[in-house]
Design a binder for this molecule. Structure first.
Ligand SMILES: *[C@@H]1O[C@H](CO)[C@@H](O)[C@H](O)[C@H]1NC(C)=O
Length: 267
């Protein structure tokens, strides 16, 4: 992390401020399996396993089939239906030599990429190869110790879930050292997917289709303080958050674009 860590304690008068958040959602056209929002862009995988990007209120086909897609500070990355990785470079896709076949990828870290394969081994790519790879030569994936089926990174930490839906966090991961320290921290709760946004917010979905937000995550408190169940109409299967919008895919594939409206209520 560049610079120091700034902690802000918000005191209004002498009271504690409770932030009551209401989620306001609107339906977006289209039916998706997966979604990822990052660095101001939103992309997804359709029912037909096409990679699409959200542009002018509709989903534009990016001329690739995909199983998992991610967009963020490290660019736009796709895991094809064959498990092979490609990256959007200038005006099209370039194949990236595999780290084995992946099932999930995340470009949300500080210009590095992480992913998991079908046997839940974890891999990452440091920022230099992640950003500069142009399709020639090969990149050196780094094997990360541990087992996860979903892994996502943000500015203060990387969050993942394993096959038992247990939640694990790794701190001290950076673009120069995407491997990070050996230590994993276990977070109470159970999720089947978890996404860290570019601004460090953490959201996930559990196996019952309920959406959760980690409250209180900051550089000073990277683990946050608890899970808040977000009341969403119906059940969900995938979420992603960026630029104050929470994108939710419902069980039936419908896409919701949600915003938090904050109501400050001093006690
Ligand atoms: C996942 O990666 C591990 C470590 O490289 C490898 O042993 C395993 O065969 C891979 N699994 C798949 C399904 O590719």
């Amino acid at each position: 992390m560049r610079g120091g860590i700034v902690c802000v304690v918000l005191l209004v008068g002498s009271g504690i401020v409770w932030v009551a958040e209401a989620l306001q959602c609107e339906a977006v056209p289209g039916v998706l399996q997966k979604i990822d929002a990052g660095a101001g862009r939103v992309c997804g995988i359709t029912e037909e396993r096409r990679v699409v990007v959200f542009r002018d209120d509709s989903w534009v086909d990016l001329q690739a089939s995909g199983d998992h897609v991610s967009v963020g500070p490290a660019g736009l990355w796709n895991v094809g239906v064959d498990g092979l990785v490609s990256k959007w470079f200038r005006k099209g896709w370039v194949q990236v030599n595999p780290a084995g076949n992946l099932i999930q990828i995340d470009a949300g870290g500080d210009k590095f990429v992480v992913g998991c394969n079908a046997s839940h081994s974890i891999f990452c790519l440091n920022h230099r190869p992640a950003l500069s790879y142009d399709g020639s030569g090969s990149v050196s994936w780094v094997a990360v110790p541990g087992e996860l089926k979903y892994y996502s990174c943000g500015p203060v930490g990387c969050w993942g879930v394993n096959k038992l839906d247990e939640i694990h966090v790794k701190l001290g991961v950076s673009g120069n050292s995407c491997h990070g320290p050996e230590k994993w921290y276990r977070i109470p709760g159970s999720l089947s997917m978890v996404e860290v946004s570019t601004d460090g917010q953490v959201h996930g979905v559990n196996k019952h289709g309920l959406v959760f937000k980690r409250i209180g995550v900051s550089a000073c408190n990277p683990f946050g303080s608890g899970w808040e169940h977000l009341r969403v109409a119906g059940l969900s299967k995938h979420v992603s958050y960026d630029h104050e919008v929470l994108w939710i895919i419902c069980r039936n594939g419908e896409v919701q674009r949600c915003r938090f409206s904050e109501a400050l209520s001093p006690e």
